[in-house]
Design a protein around this ligand. Sequence first.
Ligand code: S3P
Length: 428
Amino acid sequence: MTQKVSPVKKLTGNLTPPPDKSISHRSALFAAISEEESLIHNYSDAADPASTLKCLAQLGVQIEKNGSTVRISGAGRNGLQKPDQPLDCGNSGTTMRLLGGILAGAGVDCTMIGDESLSSRTMKRIIDPLTRMGCSITGRDGSYAPLNVRPNNGVQGIRFPLPIASAQLKSAVLLTGLFGEKPTEVIESTLSRDHTERLLELQSEPYGTGKLIRSSLDDTIPAQNYSVPGDFSAAAFWLVAGSIQPETNVHLSQVGINPSRIAAYQVLLEMGANIQKENETTAGKEPVADLTIKPSALSPIELDPALVPNCIDELPILMVAMCFAEGTSVISGAEELRHKETDRLSAMAEILTLSGASTEIKKDGIIIHGQPDFIPRPSLYPSYHDHRMAMAAAVLATRSNGVSKIKDADCTDISYPEFWDHLLNLSH
Ligand code: S3P
């Protein structure tokens, strides 16, 4: 589907962003290996979390879905059954890496596959530590899906300083660690999203500038009875869309504000955005709040590379904000963007160049020369079949002076199926 995006004069209204994708995946995965029954409210109906449910059903997990409520009868750590067919993770790196950690630990004989994009993303980062832990997990050319998992002769606890600030890698190793008699210790020096630690109630302690997290067979896996908060990564598109419009009043309800996820909010505040946070409360083990966005002039920023893991999924939309800031903004230390659903550094550089923005791409980031009165050229934007590229291009196009088009725009189904409706509802 090619989606038209018309220039927006005014962005106003209230909306609730879709349920958090990372927490939806985890709630289902952890419920599946709990000994108890879990009831998860507000489970995402996006394609990636649906891939997780489908794989779990193939593994014999009893799942009842009623609207956005999911009831899962936990099979326990050792109750997952050998599937008849390969487990299709679709486009979802979180499914492949986190479920891969569980299956390798449990030693379930199976094959995991993914779509073209997922099959080109490296899985070596999980294969190496899981192999060290005594698991049998192999990939095509040693690195890529299909992944083959075979029974193991017991999981060894390891001490693993994370070589990359990746929550998927951290989670995969900790999940495999749940199958070892001796503890697995993951050390992270740059803190990434901590949903796994929170939802599994894993022990963790400060370690240097970061923390050390432990998992082992001794950890009881709690039932997952809670309501999934709104996805901050989805909300971020409206934080920026609102901040770059001259007339804005957008109210977002029940947005997840886990500190390990909201660096983009802090960056936008530092750039001068006018975003109010109110009604702070919790959804399960996660903090949530309402956010209201009003217009404001933006200043450029040199993004602190230490913040990159906490805004990795929001960097593309932050690049759009930077185009409207008065002066030069710089993102560095973000080479991981090249390993996402597409090479998001190159993709964004191409999208911004098409719009007429002045950018310089670097190996690990981008330099953007912004101006408050920037008018993006009406364009036919590629989405690279990447949900976040499609949504970033759409937000950029709202400030154009003519109609733009986004190619293969239905890829937003991966994380935010209602995105185009929400854009239409807020646009005036
Ligand atoms: C995720 C972690 C991040 C993020 C992805 C979701 C997660 O990936 O980009 O969208 O749910 O753990 P990395 O761990 O590869 O940085």
